[in-house]
Design a protein around this ligand. Structure first.
Ligand code: SAH
Length: 452
């Protein structure tokens, strides 16, 4: 973060503006909106600007700037908007000498603070900044956010503000108050509920003190684009987050900022916490009244042990929601351009694991394998040799196409294509690393041409 966004109270504080043209005028309008007292010094004033200053009872002083202006007026902020570089430099030097924050318009290196693109739905104010690198982009982002916010947002915030004291006196803890407001606003940003806040409060109190809840959430295969809206919503209201190794830092950053984040990752042969310990943590935190998010890669119920966690919660009488995520097999298929079923080529797909496979279970595969089936192996990279040998031994032609999709959906994605007979050599040559999905079947022929 190059600059820290702060919301500065300017009411009745003096802002000194140097410059009398259009640019200075635009800044003066903004400062006036924030209730600042303006003193504007310029050799020449744009007439409309001068009229505005007079009408709003601000001070306009027609003269050249000199160093004493700053000590004399003792402003909270200085804004300099002249087209004379020497004047801009002089104003900057004088402000620095007095320790006053200054903005020289359009000159980032002479600015202590910058103006963001602003959405003003008073009392809700949103500022967007690209730190001077791409102001047009910041304005486009503003337009995008603006279009999603209802026009009565300000009214909504104001009513909530008026009711805050009552809530504070009724609900003693911050957590209870947060739950109350979330229960109101999560039903949608509309003014329906806000008009009946006293009723809503009674209802909330009558529900009694709820124990916590567990959310078992699939975060998708890695790319944050693959999160569901529901996952994001629960991520933003969780108190405690227990996350896996497969959950990327970008996804973790989307969880509520002040939630407590606990790594419980499991990697092959290197279990940070046992499943039982994880189940216990979920239950213990939920019993203390917290909303506990169990964040997992892909889908929680596909090779994710989400089922065990769900059962543990159920046994302990803890409410538990499960949110599906885009499992690695689906992400690998779509991001590598491999349809897992395809009319006339594959009519079914089977998800298997390369981990814990014994020869016996591959034998089981032989008895049920159909030529028009796609096999997808999770956790199979380290066992690729065994998998291919077993499949050939089970009767699959050694020419059967195989794809390895590593880091599916992520910028580091790699795809290696081969056949059951040469895929191990290709994997070794490409020095691939986990996580990887292995897709076996005729559908692999459709992988994006550029990948071959
Ligand atoms: N619940 C997860 C699977 C967890 S098991 C899901 O539904 O996707 C871990 C295995 O998932 C890894 O060994 C790998 O086979 C697969 N995997 C997870 N993310 C992946 C990714 N981005 N690319 C390829 N494989 C992935």
């Amino acid at each position: 973060m190059n600059t820290l966004p702060l919301f500065f109270k300017l009411k009745n504080k003096t802002v000194l503006i140097i410059g009398g043209g259009d640019v200075a005028y635009r800044k003066a309008l903004l400062m006036n909106q924030a209730d600042a007292k303006l003193i504007v010094i310029a050799k020449n004033f744009n007439e409309e600007f001068l009229n505005f200053l007079n009408e709003k009872h601000h001070q306009a002083i027609k003269k050249s700037f000199d160093d004493n202006d700053i000590s004399q007026h003792n402003p909270a902020l200085v804004i300099c908007a002249t087209d004379d570089n020497a004047v801009n430099q002089a104003v900057h030097a004088a402000a620095k000498a007095h320790g006053v924050a200054i903005n020289v318009v359009d000159t980032p290196k002479l600015c202590d603070f910058i103006f963001p693109a602003i959405i003003d739905r008073n009392p809700v104010v949103i500022g967007i900044s690209s730190n001077g690198t791409a102001p047009v982009l910041a304005r486009l982002i503003r337009a995008k956010i603006e279009s999603t916010l209802p026009s009565y947002l300000g009214k909504l915030a104001k009513k909530a503000g008026d009711f805050r004291e009552t809530i504070k006196n009724t609900l003693p803890t911050i957590t209870e108050r947060r739950y109350f407001w979330e229960s109101i606003f999560q039903r949608g940003l509309n003014d329906e509920h806000i008009d009946s806040l006293p009723d809503e409060l009674n209802r909330f109190i009558n529900q009694g003190k709820k124990s916590g809840e567990v959310y078992i959430v699939g975060a998708g295969a890695g790319n944050p684009d693959l999160l569901t809206f529901k996952a994001l919503r629960l991520m933003q209201q969780a108190d405690i987050v227990l996350y896996d190794a497969l959950v990327s830092p970008e996804i973790l950053a989307l969880c509520r900022r002040d939630s407590q984040k606990i790594f419980v990752g499991k990697k092959r042969k290197d279990h940070a916490k046992t499943q039982e310990e994880i189940n216990n943590l979920l239950i213990t935190y939920a019993k203390r009244g917290h909303r506990v998010l169990r964040l997992k890669g892909g889908d929680p119920l596909i090779f994710g042990r989400g089922g065990e966690e769900m059962l543990a919660c159920r046994d302990a009488g803890i409410d538990c929601q499960i949110v599906s995520g885009i499992t690695a097999a689906l992400a690998a298929g779509s991001y590598a351009g491999i349809p897992l079923t395809h009319r006339g080529v594959a009519t079914s797909v089977r998800f298997l694991t390369g981990c814990y496979q014994s020869d016996a279970s591959f034998d089981g595969l032989k008895s049920t394998y159909h030529p028009d089936e796609t096999l997808v192996f999770y956790m199979g990279l380290h066992a690729l040799e065994k998998i291919s040998e077993s499949l050939i031994a089970s009767g699959l032609p050694s020419s059967t196409p195989v794809a390895i999709v590593c880091h599916a959906s992520l910028p580091t994605q790699e795809v290696v294509i081969g056949t059951l007979s040469d895929i191990v050599a290709k994997k070794d040559a490409a020095k691939l690393n986990a996580p990887a999905i292995i897709i076996v079947g005729q559908v692999v022929r459709f992988a994006a041409a550029s990948l071959h």
